[in-house]
Design a protein around this ligand. Structure first.
Ligand code: GP9
Length: 424
């Protein structure tokens, strides 16, 4: 059977922590929220230098001031890549394995983070420098709770880089919309300039790279990430000038990999740059930073988590009560052991936890799988992964069942356990 009730009861129990005494509950309650989903930004760039220059000086500084930095955070996208990062993060369910989720589930009903915030009186707005119908965004945003969508069609096309409007221009032009937006607002930004193949005119390239990585794919990638980082810095300045900074929580997370380990050139470059083999554990790792002005926060969370945990984690900070068995995500500020299931780009059943990564074999034979310690790189006995493998299967199967049958409204009413017991 695809739905193993005992496994799922385990899941529900793991994610059940009472709301009463929660760590960091409501720290950002009623604040505006700006979420920047950063195109192709991977975890390894944080606090990393190239030829003596920090790649992400702005994000590094943000992490050290009034922020929580989740350093063991992983992407969980499917075929919908950037749009799946949005889908998984906002909804707390896994992406479709068949096609991109915004298409597969376009007629579904949702209880997304923007919807939960709307219920608290928030207005919602999304910004993206590409065409509105790309990834079917325009069609699905209303049911995702994103009421206003500012895409390239609505904006001055005053600076184009790569496949659309530059991140700098998008941030700049968004300020007027934010000023007019009813407060508190949820503002969701999907950046674009650091999109593959990372081609950008020299005037935008802020890193001076002369050594072995000069004119390589790695240089191109790092230049675009550095550009985005700088533009996030400019954006924060503009928010301050517009008096929109103090009362706003600013969140940044990476959507998915920029450099694919299966690409030989990328693999060689990163293996050399990182000084260790470039494998799935590093390829799937993306940063998550939550910045709350005047909070005195400076914390690094090393609990393993993924984009599916974004909704409950943000809900906790925003003082929203998301009952634990109403999403498959977990509040990373209130659990000890995280768990990240993967099902696209690697075989279903693959997972990451606080100490190891398990990559299920594509031939479906468990014994042919690979597993290693994410901290030391040493290989891990596969038998130690069997429980996690089964849990990963149970989670992704349950998620698929809920979404394919449009059961989120029922999950909202009765919880995941009910869905399993009654096998609707
Ligand atoms: C397209 C942009 C990039 O609008 O979000 O999507 P990707 O190709 O990275 O999935």
């Amino acid at each position: 059977s695809t739905l193993d009730i005992s496994r799922v009861e385990g899941i529900v129990e793991t994610i059940s922590t009472e709301n009463g005494d929660r760590n960091k509950f409501a720290l950002a309650k009623n604040k505006n929220v700006i979420v920047i989903q950063a195109e192709s930004v991977q975890g390894f760039v944080i606090n990393k230098e190239i030829e003596g220059q920090p790649i992400t000086p702005v994000l590094n500084e943000l992490i050290n001031n009034n922020s929580i930095y989740f350093s063991q955070f992983y992407e969980q996208v499917g075929w919908g890549n950037t749009s799946d990062a949005e889908f998984v993060s906002h909804n707390g369910f896994y992406p479709s394995v068949k096609t991109f989720s915004y298409k597969a589930y376009e007629d579904n009903d949702f209880t997304s983070l923007p919807i939960l915030l709307k219920n608290q009186g928030y207005s919602t707005i999304a910004f993206h420098g590409n065409e509105a119908n790309f990834w079917n965004r325009e069609s699905i945003y209303p049911s995702q709770g994103l009421d206003t969508f500012i895409s390239i069609e609505e904006l001055q096309q005053d600076e184009l880089i790569g496949i659309g409007l530059s991140d700098g221009s998008l941030f700049r032009q968004s300020i007027n919309y934010l000023k007019q937006q009813t407060k508190p607002f949820y503002g969701f930004y999907i950046t674009l300039t650091s999109h593959h193949p990372f081609i950008m005119e020299e005037q935008y390239q802020g890193l001076d790279i002369q050594g072995e990585y000069k004119d390589t794919l790695l240089e191109d990638y790092l230049q675009t990430v550095h550009y985005l980082d700088k533009e996030i810095g400019n954006f924060i300045k503009m928010l301050k000038e517009a008096d929109l900074y103090d009362n706003t929580m600013i969140v940044v997370y990476g959507d998915h990999q920029g450099l694919d380990m299966r690409n030989e050139e990328a693999n060689e470059l990163l293996t050399s740059f990182l000084g260790k083999p470039y494998e799935e554990d590093e390829m799937f790792r993306v940063p998550l930073i939550t910045h709350i002005p005047d909070s005195s926060l400076q914390e690094e969370i090393t609990t393993a988590g993924g984009q599916i945990d974004f909704l409950p984690t943000m809900a906790n900070l925003l003082g929203l009560k998301v009952e634990p068995d109403k999403t498959l995500g977990k509040d990373l500020l209130n659990i000890d052991d995280g768990f990240v299931a993967k099902q696209v780009h690697v075989a279903r059943g693959s997972f990451i936890d606080h100490e190891k990564i398990f990559i299920m074999s594509n031939d479906g034979i468990f014994e042919n799988s690979r597993a290693w310690n994410i901290h030391t790189g040493e290989s891990v006995n596969l038998e130690e992964c069997r429980d996690g493998y089964e849990r990963a299967l149970a989670e992704v199967n349950l998620s698929e069942y809920v979404l394919q049958n449009n059961l989120i409204p029922l999950v909202k009413e009765k919880g995941l356990e009910y869905i399993i017991k009654h096998r609707l």
